[in-house]
Design a protein around this ligand. Sequence first.
Ligand SMILES: NC(=O)c1ccc[n+]([C@@H]2O[C@H](COP(=O)([O-])OP(=O)(O)OC[C@H]3O[C@@H](n4cnc5c(N)ncnc54)[C@H](O)[C@@H]3O)[C@@H](O)[C@H]2O)c1
Length: 295
Amino acid sequence: MNMLKAGYADNSTAQSVASKADTSYEGQYTSLMGKVIAISGAGSGIGLATAKLLCSAGARLSLLDNAKEPLENAAEDIRKNHATRLDVNSSSSDILTTVADIRTSVAVEAWIEKTVSHFGALDGAVNLAGVIGKSVGVSNLTEISDEEWLFVNEVNLHGAFYATRAQLRAMVKLGQGPRSIINASSTAGLEGNRKNSPYVASKHAVIGLSRCAAKEFGHLGIRVNAIAPGLINTPMLQSLPAERDGHNDFLLKNSQSLGRRADPEEVARTIAFLLSRDSSFITGAVISIDGGQIC
Ligand SMILES: NC(=O)c1ccc[n+]([C@@H]2O[C@H](COP(=O)([O-])OP(=O)(O)OC[C@H]3O[C@@H](n4cnc5c(N)ncnc54)[C@H](O)[C@@H]3O)[C@@H](O)[C@H]2O)c1
């Protein structure tokens, strides 16, 4: 097959030429060594991959999720298999876990207060807790119920607001940066989709939230960026109804440049870059990680 053709007919071929996920990062992201990073949505998908990568880079982590068992399993796995920097993160006290709903402002404030009182620092935060909702691929805007609209926006937008606000409050108290916050938008934050309006609206709004925070807190050395992942192989993507999945397959074959879904580790690497000093002049940006989906 001619690999240079626009788009791969066979997604497995495209996957095989892609760089494989690599979570062994000793020696890279040295500026993250010993840093304290809070991650929401850490029990699954991109959040879990990010927690593993940051731990292997020597960061100390405060992980939040509303799913208790996946979060506890994640923390155990990370301690056992990814705490490669034994000098800095060999002890269980270097990974804090908090089971909480990101929609509850008080719980989110408490998560960040607990993080700062445990570690005495907060160098970075990654806000990934998110849901796609039941209406994706199924309901037009006129068919969206109040409940569906509120649920998706409360998790994706209000949750990102509560987290970013709590993190900024703590960071301001801790004094001049460098510090970095990353919020999860999506390619759905950059363009309209049919039958996905609650999610699309929430992800557009996350970009506005992140840009305002970048403008307001840059003078204190706090950078705030949004990421816009495309099709990433996680439980969220795997949960999509057949209609939406078919649409994504069409996209991969006909329009997305690399013609494949990404592994969550490929997003985690961009997040690590945005947390690290290598991205010291990047703030208020929306970084696409979409294999050329929107270009
Ligand atoms: N997978 C993709 O293709 C993709 C693409 C673009 C953007 N994103 C965004 O990236 C982020 C991570 O997505 P993922 O694919 O890893 O999804 P995922 O479903 O694998 O993980 C999301 C995590 O968020 C947690 N969560 C959900 N609701 C919560 C709540 N109310 N409080 C606390 N935690 C909650 C879940 O328990 C889960 O562990 C999301 O914000 C998502 O919208 C994902």
